[in-house]
Design a protein around this ligand. Structure first.
Ligand SMILES: [Zn+2]
Length: 245
């Protein structure tokens, strides 16, 4: 269940969304890089009690909001135009769009210093960004497929299991998942992250083949496969909002 509410503190209004959960025992406030505030509440906590708790944490919330405001990337929405910067394997590279006569499909590749998109010429101006976008998505998705397969091969061998079936996908809210029948789904936007973060997600999901829940046993297994995974898990939490295609 979700509800919106707001409080006033130090002359400013804090809008927040209350998300109730039956499983939750302790309340928590989350401030997101997109400047939204979420209050995670145990089932049955009154709006009044929540308001009081937000009031008490108001200074911290405002500090976080200010920080995200200042450190925000100027624009997250990609335009898919020549010269635009794209993250690839944790580093930023410019996109170079080259019109080419005689080709049928737009095609993207990485040269080492830029992401090049060959664009069929002539093409209507208004269609160009969507053609470039398609080529860029294909590029990231194909790279992800190769990388994920490489990691899965290596870790399946260590775990002594068959290489699980997997799909790379564009997902808005998850980095990866493992279904009940052990099909792994990995978000290809992870190709924008440093390679260790993609590796961590693959390790996390392949460990679910053996351990479905986030139990102590599960995290021990993750740690065995990838010592020091905590660093990458944390970095992904902190920087993940930048990996948007
Ligand atoms: Zn998990």
């Amino acid at each position: 269940m979700r509800k919106n509410d707001s409080i006033k503190a130090c002359g400013r209004t804090i809008n927040y969304e209350i998300v109730y959960s039956k499983k939750r025992r302790k309340a928590a406030i989350v401030v997101r890089p997109d400047l939204s505030v979420e209050f995670r509440a145990p089932h049955g906590l009154s709006r009044e009690a929540i308001r009081e708790m937000v009031q008490k944490k108001a200074a911290w919330v405002q500090e976080k909001l200010d920080w995200f405001e200042v450190n925000r990337l100027p624009c997250q929405e990609k335009e898919y135009t020549d010269g635009e910067k794209f993250l690839y394997l944790g580093k930023e590279y410019p996109l170079t769009v080259l019109p080419v006569e005689g080709i049928k499909k737009a095609f993207a590749s990485f040269s080492g210093s830029e992401i090049t998109v060959l664009l069929p010429e002539p093409a209507p101006e208004e269609l160009k960004p969507s053609l470039v976008k398609k080529a860029v998505w294909n590029f990231y998705s194909e790279c992800a497929e190769k990388e994920v397969e490489k990691f899965l091969k290596a870790y399946a061998e260590i775990l002594n299991i068959d290489i699980p079936a997997f799909k790379v996908k564009h997902q808005k809210k998850r980095w990866g998942s493992c279904s009940a029948d052990n099909v792994l789904r990995i978000n290809f936007q992870l190709m924008m992250a440093p390679p260790e973060q993609l590796e961590y997600v693959v390790v996390h999901e392949i460990c679910h083949v053996k351990e479905k829940n986030h139990s102590v046993k599960f995290w021990d297994l993750v740690g065995e496969l990838m010592p020091g995974y905590q660093v990458h898990r944390k970095s992904l939490k902190k920087d993940g909002w930048r990996y948007v295609l």
